[in-house]
Design a binder for this molecule. Sequence first.
Ligand code: OGA
Ligand code: NI
Length: 353
Amino acid sequence: MEGPPIPSSFTSAMTLTRMGDPHLPNRFVLPPSQRPNPSIPAAAAMPVIDISGLHDPAHRPHIIHQVGLACKELGFFQVINHGIPSSLMKDAMDVGAEFFELADEEKKHLVSDDVHHPVRYGTSLNHVKDKVHFWRDFIKHYSHPLSSWIHLWPSNPPTYKEKMGSYAVAVQGLHKQLIGAVFDSLGLRADYLEEDIEQGSQVMAVNFYPACPEPELTLGMPTHSDYGTLTILAQTHQGLQIMDHAKSWHSVPATERALVVQLGDQMEVINNGRYKSVLHRATVNCEKKRLSIASLHSLALEKKVGPAPELVDDKHSSGYKEASFGGFLKHISGNEFTKLGRYVDTLKIDEPP
Ligand code: OGA
Ligand code: NI
């Protein structure tokens, strides 16, 4: 019999890269049906929306129209001219990479396999539970309101708190504008749930995918949807793929200065299924390290939310039970993530016959 696993010990993907083995360790090898198709091109036709005129009454309707189309078709779009200075983005990405490049010794006090922990460094999804591992190291930290959490963030690199914190605040502000645009596109007031959003949760997942010796056999993150309202993601290189309604995968190009916006499960519930949360995954490559910062927004941990009453009528009965971030954590803390299925699927109410 094997003894219980020791939660605080694992070998990071970064350490494996440094060891330079030309082969991928067996625990990372996915069954053939789950491996990425290496020939998926960066899709040229992925929506990129210029939001510089979002607050200009002459331009807003057109932007809202584009947002609505993208949400309906894909649950995904990229934004440019979003107002977050590129220096702020670059500083956060650089200091994130520096963190992962520190010796394991410097990071191990942040290791936790408890999904309720407000700051958590780890590898794969959950190094204790995962049968197949994913080629990713990550740190996740609660981020809003910043003053409640920042003291728990890494003190090394010394500028981590300042650089990541400035970016977190900027993204929280952008989220407010984007969620207003999504609500507007649904015919809801742009300030729908404003107070709940102000008091909502922001978790930043900083994901690090070192160069991988056999990228065609594994993934950095398996297929999933995010739990919240919107996820706003910055990436240094291409690697994110999204699935369309016809179940085809598309690579998201790493567009300079753009941010990726993805609809999460809580948004699907609020809009009563008009817009679906987007399935996505992260691939890895053999040449370059890749870093992404996913800012995951939702209403407060224990705040439950169901479909907006304005979106429930004779033609659209209420299709979902109430969802909360806490409900999602409960859902994933029970078992191995990849076997669980999606949180949003546990919330669906069958149509009455
Ligand atoms: C996530 C995520 C994708 C990526 O953190 O939820 O989907 O490209 N990340 O890192
Ligand atoms: Ni995700």
